[in-house]
Write a protein that binds this ligand. Structure first.
Ligand code: CA
Length: 225
């Protein structure tokens, strides 16, 4: 994968860069908020590893600007230990994953490999349709009433699970396991944040389609058609 490492601590940045390069990734580096935004907009990256505390402006601001510009790279936030608020803010702002500092390099590599595997997965069904909602799985495009909606890769994956079996209630744990591939550490709050983001972006009010909260279970995509 092409990976942008945004980290102002030189020693850590170099360590990450070397580890990723050793496992066959192509790595670029940025050290400040503005530098990160410029680099990520000028070149295509499959993944951006994004530190929160940066010179210039924060990683959250970088993330906000990238998502606003519809940059679709996956983003993994690197947050300081114990800062749960950072993690929630990152996910709400459009990040796909987070890793708490300090982390073992093996953990970082494992997460990156999980993202790489999913990116290259063979898709089966190519077009899904539920009422006004359309999804081209191959082109990774989502439309509402024919209008394209920009989703982050993880938002897309959560919606894809719901759209593959409309009407079926999926538990938060199942969604979490299928999207994040972490069997032990799943966090249902993460799924709630992603569903909240999807509802907001898709804006399905009055369309006859909705992501319903199924009490005691999780979520289901319902259509009145
Ligand atoms: Ca920093």
């Amino acid at each position: 994968m092409r990976i942008l490492v945004v980290e102002d601590e030189r020693v850590l940045a170099l360590k990450i860069e070397r580890a990723l390069a050793r496992t066959g990734h192509e790595v670029s580096r940025a050290e400040t908020g503005p530098d990160a935004v410029r680099t990520a907009m000028d070149h295509h990256f499959d993944l951006v590893l994004l530190d929160v505390n940066l010179p210039g402006f924060t990683g959250f601001e970088v993330l906000r600007q990238l998502r606003e510009a519809a940059v679709e790279s996956r983003v993994m936030m690197l947050t300081a230990q114990g800062e749960v608020e950072d993690r929630v803010a990152g996910l709400t702002g459009g990040a796909d994953d987070y890793l708490t500092k300090p982390f073992a390099m093996e953990e970082l590599l494992a997460r990156v490999e999980a993202l790489a595997r999913r990116g290259g997965a063979v898709e089966t069904s190519t077009f899904l349709e539920v009422g006004v909602l359309g999804m081209d799985v191959t082109k990774r495009r989502v439309t509402v009433r024919g209008e394209r909606i920009a989703l982050s890769p993880r938002e897309f994956e959560v919606l894809q699970i719901l759209m593959q079996e409309p009407g079926r209630a999926f538990s938060r744990e199942e969604i979490c396991e299928r999207v994040w591939e972490r069997e032990h550490e799943y966090d249902t709050r993460t799924v709630e944040i992603f569903v909240m983001r999807l509802r907001k972006k898709l804006d399905l009010d009055g369309s006859g389609v909705m992501i319903e909260t199924v009490r005691g279970v999780g979520y289901a995509l319902r259509s009145s058609e």
